[in-house]
Design a protein around this ligand. Structure first.
Ligand code: C2E
Ligand code: MG
Ligand code: MG
Length: 637
């Protein structure tokens, strides 16, 4: 049998025996077997020795003089530090009760004397091995216990960590939940704010109607969905249509009664429009007193007509505003939205054009025709070209002689010229008739710029002629002025400045004002004319007979000359009535002590008739076409 303890470091064996021969024999046998042997001869010495040594096994005799083996064994067994040292009793006592006692006090084995050393060695080896195994087991147990403790600790820590984690997850979940709630609330509030903003951006705050932006959106939908082909037969077709509407006198009422009443008026108009709009139609407010109605796909021309009339009637009904009862009327421009439209803005543009034209119509409404847009575009182009022409001095003044009517007409002496503006737009070979661009200029500030330019050009020309021939009697020049220009605040001042700068005498000038334009609010114009006349400028009423001048009105006017309109002269021969009208005008002028100039004389017969009627002056192609400044001057020389 190979004993494991033999391969380890020599085990320490304590032999306790009071019989020296036993001691020697055992000690020798054990030493020979490779053990480290300690011998003591009494129980007391054995206990003392245990304080400094720790044997791996004790061979203990029982019967010893001071302290017997049982006592030693019990003490060692009761002491925790020595309890695991295997103790083998070696005794001559061979009775069973002795053996039982030995085991009861902690003996590991019991060998009766006389002993056989070989047996003792085997038992020692066996108990050492057992002791080794026990210690190993104990160590393993301790390690296992430590591992178990560590495991339990780790488990406890994991448990605690888990609990902490769960708590943190719970806390975090709560925080997240709260954050989610706040976010949801914020998002809800943001959505509400956005909806409010959208509403403000899309709806008119006063009337609550969709505004221009919203209408454009709806119109965009209409133009992109419109299934109708280009140019269908308008009257039988079914349309989507835009009605554009505005009210006259709104500005005046707003300015007179105040903006509060103005707002009430607008709300009342909006309400009247709303009740008139058919189902699926949309009413909108575009600006100030400008409203629009968008009619859905499938609205017939008949429906549009009756809707417009209903609208006009409702809006025309009296409206109570505070102590006032007012009536206003509405004009309506209609656009039939066919598939030729690609942009909402174009529909609105054409609606505005139709609305402008509707104001000229007695019925107060009309349907847009493409021709209107072409005309408007042409006028716009013309206007900007005219502006440019003025800037770049592309205009000219022509002079048409005004003569004393004498027979024969070829000898008729020139008493004056009428200044007539001429414009040859860039890239064209013909002059454009003033009748084509003067009315256009009259719609804007252009007429004042143009009038000022013509007047300055004429004055510079007169000044030049007078300087060239200071002794010669130079004819006067008649200059046409638009009433709009005359009404300008700066007008008198501008005339005065030019007169001073060019040193032209007021007496060399006549101002021509068209009779038609003198009707209306003329007090300011009268005063201006009176002022000019005080300076010495003569005043002519142009195109006389075509307007509505009453006699009393004529009497009040600060005027020197009547110019009989060409229309009467032209048909004098064929239309006897015209001859009579001309005769009446001549007589009227004589009564009022005014000069008379007949315009548009083209024939000898006309000239002779006018002479016969007592008309002193004439103008027309019979005497001369309008001439450029050099030709006009040559006539004088
Ligand atoms: P108006 O002041 O009555 O000028 C007379 C017009 O009759 C001129 O036309 C002249 O060329 C034309 N005329 C003269 N004799 C005859 C004739 O025998 N037969 C025919 N068929 N026509 C004759 P024009 O130059 O085309 O001017 C048209 C109108 O434009 C003028 O009528 C005047 O109202 C306006 N106008 C012309 N120049 C100016 C200007 O510088 N300022 C303003 N405000 N208006 C102007
Ligand atoms: Mg004239
Ligand atoms: Mg005229």
């Amino acid at each position: 049998m190979v004993l494991r303890h033999q391969v380890r470091s020599p085990s320490k064996i304590l032999i306790v025996d009071d019989i020296l021969s036993n001691l020697r024999l055992l000690s020798m046998a054990l030493s020979q077997a490779g053990y480290d042997v300690i011998n003591v001869t009494s129980g007391t010495r054995a206990m003392m020795m245990m304080a400094s040594e720790r044997p791996d096994l004790i061979l203990l005799d029982i019967q010893m003089p001071d302290l017997d083996g049982f006592s030693v064994c019990r003490q060692l067994h009761d002491n925790e530090a020595t309890a695991d040292i295997p103790i083998i009793f070696m005794s001559a006592l061979a009775q069973v009760p002795d053996k039982l006692r030995a085991f009861s006090v902690g003996a590991a084995d019991y060998i009766t004397k006389p002993f056989q050393p070989a047996e003792v060695l085997v038992r020692i080896a066996h108990h050492l091995e057992l002791g080794y195994l026990r210690r190993t087991l104990k160590t393993q147990n301790q390690k296992l216990r430590i591992i178990l403790q560590q495991y339990e600790l780790a488990e406890a820590q994991i448990h605690q960590t888990n609990q902490e984690l769960e708590q943190r997850v719970l806390t975090r979940t709560n925080q997240l939940h709260k954050a989610m709630c706040i976010l949801q609330q914020e998002s809800h509030e943001r959505q509400q704010a956005q909806a409010k903003l959208m509403h403000m951006a899309m709806y008119d705050s006063l009337t609550g109607l969709p505004n221009r932006t919203r209408l454009i959106e709806l119109l965009e939908e209409t133009v992109t969905q419109n299934p109708f082909p280009l140019n269908p037969q308008p009257l039988q077709s079914r349309w989507s249509a835009l009605l554009m509407l505005d009210c006259d006198r709104f500005r005046t009422i707003n300015d007179t009664l105040g903006h509060l009443q103005g707002d009430r008026l607008l709300m009342e108009i909006a309400a009247r429009i709303l009740v008139s709009v058919p189902t699926h139609g949309v009413a909108a407010r575009l600006a100030d007193d400008k409203f629009a109605i968008l009619l859905p796909m499938g609205t017939t021309h008949t429906v549009i007509t009756s809707l417009v009339q209903r609208l006009q009637q409702r809006i025309a009904a009296p409206i109570a505003l505070g102590d006032h009862e007012i009536t206003i009327s509405a004009h309506v421009g209609v656009v039939l939205v066919d598939s030729s439209y690609c942009h909402a803005e174009h529909v609105l543009r054409d609606g505005s054009l139709a609305l402008i034209q509707a104001k000229q119509k007695p019925e107060g409404w009309l349907v847009f025709q493409p021709e209107m847009h072409r005309r408007a575009l042409h006028r716009l182009t013309l206007e900007s070209q005219l502006r440019q022409a003025l800037r770049q001095q592309q205009l000219q003044v022509f002079y048409q002689p005004i003569v004393t009517l004498t027979s024969p007409t070829t000898a008729a002496p020139i008493v004056g010229y009428e200044a007539l503006v001429r414009w040859q737009p860039e890239g064209t070979s013909d002059f454009l008739s003033p009748a084509d661009f003067i009315p256009l200029a009259e719609e804007s500030d252009l007429i004042s710029q143009l009038g000022n330019w013509v007047f300055r050009t004429v004055c510079e020309q007169l000044s030049q002629w007078h300087r060239a021939y200071p002794l010669q009697k130079i004819p006067f020049v008649s200059v046409n002025f638009s009433v709009r220009h005359l009404q300008g605040e700066q007008f008198v001042q501008q005339i005065d400045t030019v007169l001073k700068q060019t040193q032209v005498q007021p007496a060399w000038l006549k101002f021509e004002i068209t009779e038609n334009l003198l009707i209306g609010d003329t007090q300011a114009v009268f005063e201006t004319l009176a002022q000019l006349r005080r300076w010495g400028i003569q005043i002519s009423i142009d195109d006389f007979g075509t307007g509505y001048s009453s006699l009393s009105y004529l009497k009040q006017l600060p005027v020197d000359t009547l110019k009989i309109d060409r229309a009467f002269i032209k048909d004098m021969k064929s239309d006897r009535d015209n001859l009579k009208i001309v005769e009446a005008i001549v007589q009227l002028a004589q009564v009022l002590d005014l000069d008379v100039v007949a315009e548009g004389i083209e024939t000898e017969w006309q000239a002779q008739q006018l002479i016969n009627l007592g008309c002193s002056y004439g103008q027309g192609y019979l005497f001369s076409q309008p001439l450029d400044r050099i030709a006009a001057w040559n006539l004088l020389c």
